[in-house]
Design a protein around this ligand. Structure first.
Ligand SMILES: NC(=O)c1ccc[n+]([C@@H]2O[C@H](COP(=O)([O-])OP(=O)(O)OC[C@H]3O[C@@H](n4cnc5c(N)ncnc54)[C@H](O)[C@@H]3O)[C@@H](O)[C@H]2O)c1
Length: 386
């Protein structure tokens, strides 16, 4: 059966995902949606023309959709008979963020704070989408790309939806396989790895922020032979991370991870992969993915629970102290201090009902940040809430 996929968020990453989805035999139709309907229409128009040129029998539509509008989401899911949603909408102005991250003074402080304190900007749209899904009772799969290492845990704890994820640990696992193959002088398909890594590992392996205390390399096999003990795990992550391109250049790679997961989620046979934020868990894990869902699949010698504990510890290195059972997120003291030194104020925690308000304050902080390495307009009306 060819499935109908809704792809929301046709920004920087979305068009790459769209190009890959329409070339997958598992996908019979894609609806490309964005709050900026004109942009979605322009991008989908080009993609549709490409499929006409290649004589691919796939339907490509575009529509304006505001993920904050639960009724519009419900209508679209029902009218277009959507089987799976890929969520790539975001409020984080990536270019603005990276321009601050590149400043010699502010950049290291931004990296020390981690991605965690920016959670509200990544969480608002997928959380709003999950609430809309819960309300209308849609039964398909939500694949969320926005910081799934943390966002999926909040969504699973506050709604009836348990999203899948893609990218992050999935990219690092492929990169480590390739790095091992280069070292061993063999082909990447002869190498199997099992990693349990958080986004904090991916960021460090790619050259940003501090080295996490735990490495998360669980097993490395070449043609079934176990190489794990003779490899330096941190060195391996670093060499893998160096293979992952920075910024927009990584979009084709992330799109490859998305399509791999989409095909497993829709396909007849389950397969082994790596996924950030599976089953409502914090961080990334080895998983088995299939039409019946996602199962965390640790190698012999460890358990899901042991991995979960390590990932919850590692998220602190991305600025998140804890995600409570009710979805309340507490930021680390270090993250709050770095954010305060950069923007004049910081929140100590994020409650699921305050996501929109905190997102608005973070956007104002980014807008007010001068390029000279200091905030020109500290956050207004913000309190350091407990
Ligand atoms: N998992 C991974 O490995 C990975 C890799 C790259 C990017 N990402 C994530 O993917 C997401 C998208 O990244 P990007 O670089 O394309 O961001 P972007 O800012 O370029 O695009 C975001 C899109 O969301 C749209 N949008 C904003 N508000 C909306 C709303 N209310 N309803 C519908 N659409 C709305 C915007 O119009 C924009 O087109 C981000 O969360 C980013 O962190 C994940």
């Amino acid at each position: 059966m060819s499935a109908r996929v809704l792809l929301v968020g046709i920004g920087g990453l979305g068009p790459w995902v769209l190009e890959r989805l329409v070339r997958s035999d598992a996908v019979g139709g894609v609806v490309a949606a964005d709050v900026d309907g004109a942009r979605a229409a322009a991008v989908a128009g080009g993609t549709r023309l490409g499929t006409t040129l290649e004589r691919r029998p796939v339907a490509v539509e575009a529509t304006a959709l505001d993920l904050m509008d639960a009724d519009a989401v419900a209508r679209l899911l029902q009218e277009r008979e959507i089987d799976l949603i890929v969520q790539a909408g975001s409020l984080l102005p990536v270019q603005r963020w990276w321009s601050i991250a590149a400043l010699p003074d502010a950049g290291p402080r931004l990296q020390r704070a981690g991605l965690g304190p920016w959670l509200a900007l990544q969480l608002l749209l997928p959380l709003s989408l999950a609430r809309a899904i819960e309300r209308c009772g849609w039964q398909g799969t939500l694949l969320n790309l926005s910081y799934p290492d943390a966002v999926n845990a909040v969504i699973a704890r506050t709604t009836a939806v348990t999203p899948a994820g893609a990218g992050n640990v999935s990219l690092l696992a492929a990169a480590v396989r390739q790095a091992v193959a280069e070292q061993e002088g063999c082909r990447p398909d002869e190498v199997e790895v099992a990693l349990s890594t958080h986004y904090a590992h991916v960021r460090w392996a790619m050259g940003g922020g501090e080295r996490p205390r735990r490495h998360g390399v669980l097993r490395v096999l070449r043609d079934g032979a176990d190489l794990t003990d003779r490899l330096d795990p941190f060195e391996l992550l670093r060499r893998g991370g160096a293979l992952i391109p920075w910024g927009e250049a990584s979009h084709p790679l992330t799109a490859a991870s998305v399509v791999r997961h989409v095909e497993l989620l829709l396909g007849e046979r389950a397969g082994a992969e790596h996924m950030p934020g599976p089953c409502g868990l914090v961080g990334g894990y080895p998983v088995r993915v299939g039409r019946d869902g996602v199962v965390v699949d640790p190698p012999p010698g460890t358990t899901v629970d042991a991995l979960r504990v390590v990932q919850e510890e590692t998220q602190q290195e991305d600025g998140i102290a804890a995600i409570a059972a009710d979805g309340t997120v507490t930021f680390t003291d270090e993250a709050a201090e770095q954010m305060r030194s950069l923007f004049g104020a910081a929140s100590a925690e994020l409650h699921p009902d305050d996501v929109e308000e905190q997102a608005r304050r973070l956007l104002a902080a980014l807008d007010g940040f001068g390029t000279g390495g200091a905030a020109t307009a500290p956050l207004r009306n913000s309190t350091n809430r407990k």
